[in-house]
Design a protein around this ligand. Sequence first.
Ligand code: DGJ
Length: 465
Amino acid sequence: MPISGTGNFPRVLSGSRCSMSAVVWSLVGFLLVLHMYSRFSNINAVNGDIQLRMSNHPLVHELEQVEKENIQIPHRKGKRSPRAAKRRPKRTTTLIDEFLDENSQLRHVFFPDMKTAVNPIKDSGNDSYHYHPGRIWLDTEGNPIQAHGGGMLYDERSNTYYWYGEYKDGPTYHAHKKGAARVDIIGVGCYSSKDLWTWKNEGIVLAAEETNETHDLHKSNVLERPKVIYNENTGKYVMWMHIDDANYTKAAVGIAISDYPTGPFDYLRSQRPHGYDSRDMTIFKDDDGVAYLIYSSEDNSELHIGPLTEDYLDVKPEMQRILVGQHREAPALFKYQGTYYMITSGCTGWAPNEALAHAAESIMGPWETMGNPCIGGNKMFRLATFFAQSTFVIPLPGIPGSYIFMADRWNPADLRDSRYVWLPLIVGGPADRPFEFNFGFPLWPRVSIYWHRKWRLPLSWRASK
Ligand code: DGJ
């Protein structure tokens, strides 16, 4: 009598082998289809002129229009001497050269004059609520807004937006022959708004120290990129900022605190977080109330990230190195559907360079680099982040996946005249660069920053405020 158990065994095994191979082949087929899809979505992105599938949300259609720029570079006047031509072979002038040249005939394109200033008190009709990246932007008293390297706090207690930034309304000079262009510390400016367009000057909420030369805030030092968050446990508004000396060798963060969003803020101290040098930085408050400090370190070669203590007045010992060796600065973080995103710039002083978008499932990393998020303008516009540098990303609750990208168009010749470049940032559509480890499957949707000469937030978004 056959032993049924043993007799059946090979049959069962061959059956399972059969279903196993079916599973394997369907998986391979599925992966192939996914791969083809991801390849196809990449084809649209290869030439830099990225064609995107529009988001389905009707509110953002207008923001996602791709606007081109066709700027002709003027011929340089004056002949080069034959000797100069021999020494330095003629090189085509780029838009970046024009941007950095104070005497360029294109100066008005990058730094339009007062005649075109955005004045929310006077601009009504067609221009009301419109952002004009690069134009002078006036506050409710008619003065140019001074809030560079800024950040935004939405204060739920007063349903008001507060914009904090470097108040740089002083002369630009070089502390040393080779030193970076600088303005003495005046303080942190604060502006309030209900609609993100009309800004009331709330004054200098953290002022420079005039006399004590050993003080971090002595006017001869550097105060950059102030950011404010609210601590629900202590009821305090907490400001973190980059504190440095004129040579950028102190490389520290400063912390200040206030009972009110409009200050005055009391300066507590500076520190080198986790014992490391810290230059460009930002803070990010997560949905669970845990806040993080992110800073460029190891001579700007990498970023460090770590949680703040419960009162937001210090860092906890925990720290992760991210984007190691990538030399990024100007970090601006945001979160969408549980994924963390960050925009950074390269490190070229006050000169513009290419932005990159990064993403992570956990804020402590690993962080992956997704690519250049800029869309529209022209190639140079995209390679120079529209001649600006990231500073903050403002969430737009009610329009899923939509944000305002806040950036600074620095004017190194006259830093007080640096401009604001605010543009719509949308998360959605296929990523245009697969990562090495994911076999060509985009893990995250694309982050896109759309160039517009003029744009505004959807009417219904403003109406809900
Ligand atoms: C680039 C940084 O992003 C700015 O905040 C400022 O520190 C400049 N460098 C100074 O050159």
